[in-house]
Each structure stands twice: as structure tokens, then as C-alpha cells.
Unconditional design. Structure first.
Length: 245
């Protein structure tokens, strides 16, 4: 997976702010009428609810920026992003030649975006992949995200999702994120140090509390921590291993 990190940390910070705000707004913007989105609540998907969430809000933010705050748009930065991601597009200067009736250049930014909507959608998809990649590694964000989602589901009177088998690709991703250790107590679960290590994959927000069967709602725990967590509605750790010591 090639990562170019175009405005990724800016967007990641925006997502972090959204999940602590009004859940009706931030989760209500997802296209719940789409079977692909709604199914993410009950069956694991590689797109994931986090991916749908990021794309929806990146698209909303960017459309608003071009429409209401054109002074914040740097056309050359947009061109550079298209070129770095190899996305075919019509340059603004070319579009401007066919849009002479607008005297102020900034007034043509939003029409250009609409004209190149497919190219911008591809750019937002690439940004989404990278933002979700960064946020999937942040357990604190995932806790807030899944708590907000559970509250949104509670308000719309959802039924709890039925437990299903966690796919191996989800387990591998979570194992890699946790570095083979229990997310709570940091016990080694690789089997290389402790031979009695038993890996248990846990829903950060339990299904009975309206947690989702989604990759971003899973963490790796040891058996002891998983049993202790059973009494709490949602819990994770903010402790991470340093890259070097």
C-alpha cells in the first residue's frame, strides 16, 4: 500500500473532533440506505465503517471548502495531489478558459470541482485509505468512534448485532497493531516468550452494548484481561510500545 499522506493528519484530526461531537450528525451523514454500509454493523468488511465514515466527512469538508471558503483552496496543491496519485483530471487553467464569464478566479473553484467530481472522488478515496490507516492504529480514537456509533444506534433503536466469527484477516491486522501483545496488560501473546499465551479477540464496545462487527471495534487481549473486561461496557488502553528504547 503506497502512502503519500496528502493532508492526512489534518483530516485525521478532524475525524477525532467529530467523534466527540454530536453522534446524530457525524454518524447520520453515512449512507445507511446503502446495503454495503448497513451490513458493516453485522458482518466484517474490509471497507469498514471507519472507511465509510472518513470518506463521507472528507467529501463534506472538501465540498464545503470549495463552495464557501475558496480563499483556502490552493489549486497547485490540488494539481500536485492528482499527479502524485496518478489521477487523470482537467487542470484548472484549462477549465477556466471554458468558463470566462466568472471574473474572480476563486468563484470558478467550485464549478471546477463539480466538473471534475470523478477525479476528486478518487482523490478523496485515496485520502480515506490513508486517514483510516492512521486512525486504525489509534486505540483511543477507536474507543471514541465505537462509543459514538453505539450511542447513535441506541438513539435510532437498533437491535444488537449477532455475534459472528472474526475473519483471519481481521485477526492478523489487529495482531500486527498490538504487536502481538495484550492491548491492556501488554502480556506477550506471540507464543515466543510465554508458552501459555492464549489470544482472545475482543469487541472494544461489546455487541450487547450495540458495538459493531467491524474491524475497528476489535482488540487483542489475553484471557485474564478479557474476563475482567467482561464486566465493563467498553475499555481499551492508551499504552503503546516505543519504536525503540
Amino acid at each position: 500500500m503506497e502512502l503519500l499522506f496528502h493532508r492526512v493528519y489534518e483530516m485525521a484530526e478532524m475525524m477525532a473532533g467529530l467523534v466527540t461531537a454530536d453522534c446524530d450528525y457525524c454518524f447520520g451523514e453515512l449512507d445507511w440506505d446503502s446495503p454495503c454500509v448497513d451490513r458493516c454493523l453485522i458482518a466484517f468488511s474490509k471497507t469498514s465503517l471507519l472507511g465509510y465514515f472518513c470518506f463521507a466527512h472528507i467529501a463534506i469538508h472538501e465540498r464545503r471548502r470549495f463552495r464557501k471558503d475558496p480563499e483556502l483552496v490552493d489549486v497547485e496543491t490540488e494539481h500536485l495531489a492528482f499527479e502524485r496519485y496518478s489521477i487523470p483530471h482537467k487542470r484548472f487553467e484549462e477549465f477556466r478558459q471554458n468558463f470566462p464569464r466568472v471574473e474572480d478566479e476563486q468563484d470558478a473553484f467550485y464549478p471546477w470541482m463539480l466538473d471534475q467530481e470523478e477525479a476528486f472522488a478518487q482523490l478523496w478515496e485515496r485520502m480515506t485509505d490513508e486517514v483510516a490507516h492512521v486512525l486504525f492504529g489509534n486505540r483511543g480514537f477507536l474507543l471514541e468512534f465505537n462509543l459514538g456509533l453505539a450511542e447513535y444506534r441506541r438513539r435510532r433503536r437498533d437491535r444488537p448485532s449477532t455475534r459472528c466469527a472474526i475473519p483471519q484477516w481481521v485477526k492478523k491486522a489487529v495482531y500486527f497493531r498490538e504487536n502481538g501483545k495484550c492491548a491492556l496488560c501488554k502480556k506477550d501473546l506471540s507464543g515466543l516468550i510465554a508458552l501459555d499465551a492464549k489470544q482472545q479477540y475482543d469487541h472494544i464496545v461489546p455487541l450487547k452494548s450495540l458495538g459493531a462487527n467491524d474491524p475497528c471495534n476489535i482488540q487483542l487481549l489475553c484471557r485474564k484481561c478479557n474476563l475482567l473486561k467482561g464486566a465493563s461496557p467498553a475499555r481499551t488502553s492508551f499504552i503503546y510500545d516505543p519504536w525503540w528504547k
